[in-house]
Design a protein around this ligand. Structure first.
Ligand code: PLP
Length: 385
C-alpha cells in the first residue's frame, strides 16, 4: 500500500538521516554510557554531545535537559516531580484540553486529595490569560498548560501565561510535544520552568523525549535506581534514541523556515477545498492561532470512525482526535471542552501534515474525502446520540 499519511500529530516518519545517525549506536557502539571503560566513555560522549546540540537548538544549557522515554514520561516527571518537591502546596492548575497523559494524571491527583482547577477554553479552543491568572493562589504548587493542542492545533499563549505564573511565584510546565520542531522556539527566553518534548513528533525515533528543567526548579525523581540524568531519571539511557532525537531536532530546525509556509499552504488548500466540496463541513478551532500542519474538520451527523475506515480503505491515514481515544465512540474531550455541539463532535476528523507531505498527496486526498463523505451521507449513517 502507498499510504497517504496525514496523521503526523500521532507520530511521524523517521527521517532516513536520523536513522543513519542512530545506526552505529544500535550495532557497533553498544557500550553502556555509565561504564568506566573507554568504549563506554565514547558512548557517554555521544550522549552528552546530543544533549549539548539539543540545548543549543532550544536556547537552553545542557544541564537543563533530562532525557526520558517520551512525552508521557516527561509530563509525569514534570507534574509528579514538581508536586512532590513542594509538598506543602496542594493546588494544581491545568486545562481540560490536555493530552491524556496529563488529563488522567489530573484525575488521579484529584482522587489523592489535590485541589485542581481546570481553566476552561472557549469555543475556538483559546484560553483566557485573565482566567488563568485568577485560578492561581497561594496554595498553587504548579500549573501545566499545553503549548498547542494535538487535536485542533490551537496554540495557547504560554508566554503570557508564564509571565502571569511567574508574578505569582508559581512554576509553569508546558507540554510542547506538538510544537517542538513545528514552531521556532527559544525555550530559554520563554518565562516557563518545565517543558516536555518527544522525538517521534518531529521525525525522530519513538520512545525517547526530554523534560527541559530551568535552573532553580526543584523536582523529585519518579524512579529509583541508577544515578543517570543527574538522579532525575534512573535507567540506562536510550543512546541511539537520544542521538537520533538530537539529529531530528537539528533537521527540523534547519527545515523549518521553508517548510512552515509550504505545509501551511498545503493544509489551507486541503481545508478550503474540502469545505467547498462539502458545504456542511466546519473547521474547528481558531484559524489563525494554530499549528501550520493541523486541521480539525467536522462533518455533522457522521461518525468519525466510519469516515476513517473508508479513508483507510483508500489508503488515507487521518485521525479522530488523539490516537489514544480513536476506536472509542466517546466524543473527544477536547471538542467537548470547547463546547462543540454533538452532531459535530462525533464526525470530527484531524488531518495533520508533515515536511514529507507532498502536493500530490493532498490532491489525491482531495479526490477521496468528498467522495467518502458523500457516500456516508447517502447511506445516512446515524451519529450516536
Ligand atoms: N502530549 C501531547 C500533546 C501529545 O500529543 C502526546 C502524543 O500524542 C503526548 C504528550 C505523549 O507523548 P508520547 O507518546 O511520546 O508519550
Amino acid at each position: 500500500m502507498s499510504w497517504i499519511y496525514l496523521d503526523n500529530n500521532a507520530t511521524t516518519r523517521l527521517d532516513p538521516r536520523v536513522f543513519e545517525a542512530m545506526r552505529p549506536f544500535l550495532l557497533d557502539r553498544y557500550a553502556n554510557p555509565s561504564s568506566i571503560h573507554q568504549f563506554g566513555q565514547q558512548v557517554r560522549h555521544a550522549v552528552e554531545t546530543a544533549r549539548e546540540q539539543m540545548a543549543a537548538l532550544l536556547g537552553l544549557t545542557a544541564r537543563q535537559i533530562v532525557f526520558t522515554s517520551g512525552g508521557t514520561e516527561a509530563n509525569d516527571l514534570a507534574i509528579r516531580g514538581a508536586l512532590a518537591a513542594r509538598p506543602t502546596k496542594r493546588h494544581f492548575v491545568t486545562t481540560p484540553i490536555e493530552h491524556d497523559s496529563i488529563l488522567r494524571l489530573t484525575a488521579e491527583l484529584k482522587r489523592e486529595g489535590y485541589r485542581v482547577t481546570q481553566v476552561p477554553v472557549d469555543n475556538l479552543g483559546r484560553l483566557d490569560p485573565g482566567a488563568f491568572g485568577a485560578a492561581l493562589d497561594d496554595d498553587t504548587a504548579l500549573a501545566s498548560v499545553m503549548h498547542a493542542n494535538n487535536e485542533t492545533g490551537v496554540i495557547l499563549p504560554i508566554e503570557q501565561l508564564g509571565e502571569i505564573a511567574a508574578a505569582r511565584g508559581v512554576p509553569l510546565h508546558v507540554d510542547a510535544t506538538q510544537t517542538v520542531g513545528k514552531l521556532p522556539l527559544d525555550l530559554g527566553a520563554l518565562p516557563v520552568q518545565l517543558v516536555t518534548l518527544a522525538a517521534h513528533k518531529f521525525h525522530g525515533p519513538k520512545g525517547v523525549g526530554a523534560l527541559c528543567v530551568k535552573h532553580g526548579v526543584r523536582l523529585r525523581s519518579r524512579l529509583v535506581g541508577g544515578h543517570q540524568e543527574r538522579d532525575l531519571r534512573a535507567g540506562t539511557e536510550n543512546v541511539a534514541g537520544i542521538v537520533g532525537m538530537a539529529k531530528a531536532l537539528q533537521l527540523a530546525v534547519d527545515h523549518l523556515p521553508e517548510e512552515r509556509g509550504r505545509v501551511r499552504e498545503l493544509r489551507d488548500r486541503l481545508e478550503a477545498r474540502i469545505c467547498e466540496r462539502v458545504p456542511s463541513a466546519r473547521v474547528l478551532g481558531h484559524r489563525e492561532h494554530r499549528l501550520p500542519n493541523t486541521t480539525s474538520i467536522a462533518f455533522p451527523y457522521l461518525e468519525a470512525e466510519a469516515i476513517l475506515m473508508l479513508l483507510s480503505n483508500h489508503e488515507v491515514c487521518a485521525s479522530s482526535g488523539s490516537a489514544c481515544s480513536s476506536g472509542s465512540l466517546e466524543p473527544s474531550h477536547v471538542l467537548t471542552a470547547m463546547g462543540i455541539e454533538e452532531p459535530w463532535t462525533h464526525g470530527a476528523i484531524r488531518f495533520s501534515l508533515s515536511r514529507f507531505t507532498t502536493a500530490d498527496e493532498i490532491d489525491r486526498t482531495l479526490a477521496i474525502v468528498p467522495q467518502v463523505i458523500e457516500r456516508l451521507q447517502t447511506l445516512g449513517t446515524p451519529a450516536p446520540m
